[in-house]
Design a protein around this ligand. Sequence first.
Ligand code: ADP
Ligand code: MG
Length: 311
Amino acid sequence: MGNKRVVIALGGNALGKDIEEQKIAVSKTAKVIVDLVIQGLDIVITHGNGPQIGMIQDAMDNLVVRYHIYKQVPLPSSIAMSQGYIGIDLQNAIKYELYSRGIDKKVSTILSQVEVDKDDPAFHHPTKPIGRFMTKEEAEQNEAHGIPCMEDAGRGYRIVVASPMPKRICELLTIKTLLNAGHIVIACGGGGMPVVNENGRLVGVNAVVDKDNVSCLLAQNLDAEQLVILTAVEHAALNFGKENQVWLSDISIEDAKRYVAEGHFAPGSMLPKVEASIRFAESKPGRRSLITLLDKASDGLAGKTGTVIQG
Ligand code: ADP
Ligand code: MG
């Protein structure tokens, strides 16, 4: 042991929006990760899948519309697909970067499932729009079949799914075992594939778990020292995008909670990051959460930049 454990949550900017962008983005991301390996950190990586899950569901929706022989692919299956093709690109990019620098270290991607509570109130209030854009008529047809839809930011109608809280990471022991064996582990991609436990059988559900929330749970379960959320901004801000905007550096848990209550962080983007950071920091003394830019990961871990929440 001895090395410090960190869970690093990668946002959309670490992966790009399509397959071509992804190849380029992951090689840059791999450099950031290997810089941290050199500093002696034991690393578990999680990542989002917003654009990727959108693309897969879109493709699968259109497949059913065009060819009637196919059945709709359920959302949890699409999440598993996204974990696979993102994970493999990330894994190979990190392996190549390690090889280039003469470091002998294994990298593994674990397809991960996350148990959610079937009675989670989030199932009654779906908030996450996914898949292709539809006309109002198509949306109404879906609604008539019990599939909730919503208007998405003036761009058309989309299917909307629940975003329940993660309760248990099913592959936790596998992740721990590989981490203890010295691997860099990529896990819980896209928040993990959400499942409910039906008498011992794991059954996928139509939902998307927020990757920031699952990263917080994973960091706690692994007894990590730090939760590092790498995104498209160097700091979280008060009055974001306004004239009186203030970038936040080191803040206490109490201040962070107050800023949340005052509504400074946008739901669906910065709010889950700040909430996950608060939850991790207050879960045990000494735990530290960092939100910063992908390129600033090393500086942030060295205490030079980023928004840090610590008890
Ligand atoms: P990721 O893919 O990393 O999860 P998101 O787009 O979901 O990225 O969240 C990061 C974005 O949150 C930033 O790029 C910024 O536009 C937005 N944001 C919303 N509120 C704030 C805030 N108060 N401070 C900083 N960024 C904010
Ligand atoms: Mg996000």
